[in-house]
Ligand binder design. Structure first.
Ligand SMILES: [Zn+2]
Length: 216
């Protein structure tokens, strides 16, 4: 969506101690496919802090219903993750002289993460303009764009298809199988499957996982 608005893309990905590196590989392929001018993979060790099923020895919830997923903040919440990620993005934006950060958070069809809400993003944007030299000197007025925040998963998929996104390159699963395929049982897999079903579009990312699932 940023590229469609003719922005030059500088992509930012984090290897933060999550359960798997598979999503980092997908991010690299996507950055290349989108023709990003730059792509950084930042190493952080949030396992030193833990407190989440993604960064500690806590099982990832499986086979939950959509209503159950929507009730309360799940154990896959990573403490303060988006604040940490946005802080890195803010620092890089200041160095690049960029006024625009795009963040793919989504508050609908979602798990109720506090740092995916509009009021959180607005508060961070306000803080960002107080926190930077470029902001205080009046050279840059930073905007945080969240074009997905009020879209359903189905609408996100439809927009992506219209813009030519190759969804086979994308990744959603929290807990891939040992063969590196989506588990098709975690909240993220279930919401992705629901989104593609509601959009009436087959998921090119799930086709390769079927044989693997029968083994699980
Ligand atoms: Zn999964």
């Amino acid at each position: 969506m940023a590229r469609d608005e003719a922005y030059e893309l500088h992509a930012l990905t984090f290897r933060y101690g999550q359960r798997h590196a598979r999503e980092v590989e997908s991010a690299k392929r996507l950055a290349t496919a989108l023709g990003a001018a730059g792509h950084k993979v930042i190493d952080l060790d949030l396992r030193q802090i833990g407190g989440s099923a993604l960064t500690a020895q806590i099982p990832v919830p499986k086979d939950r219903g959509v209503e159950e997923i929507g009730a309360g903040i799940p154990v896959t919440y990573v403490p303060a993750r988006n604040t940490i990620f946005l802080s890195y993005a803010l620092a890089w934006a200041e160095v690049l002289g960029s006024e625009d950060i795009f963040l793919g958070v989504n508050a609908l069809d979602y798990s109720g993460y506090p740092d995916c809400r509009q009021e959180y993003v607005a508060a961070f944007e306000r803080m960002a303009n107080l926190a930077t030299k470029a902001g205080v000197e009046g050279r840059l007025a930073l905007t945080i764009h969240t074009p997905l925040i009020h879209l359903t998963k189905a609408q996100i998929i439809q927009r992506g298809v219209a813009l030519g996104v190759d969804f086979a390159l994308t990744w959603s699963c929290y807990d891939p199988t040992p063969h590196g395929h989506p588990c098709r049982a975690c909240d993220s897999c279930i919401l992705r499957e629901k989104g593609f079903a509601e959009a009436g579009i087959p998921d090119p990312g799930s086709l390769s996982s079927r044989s693997d699932t029968s083994v699980r």
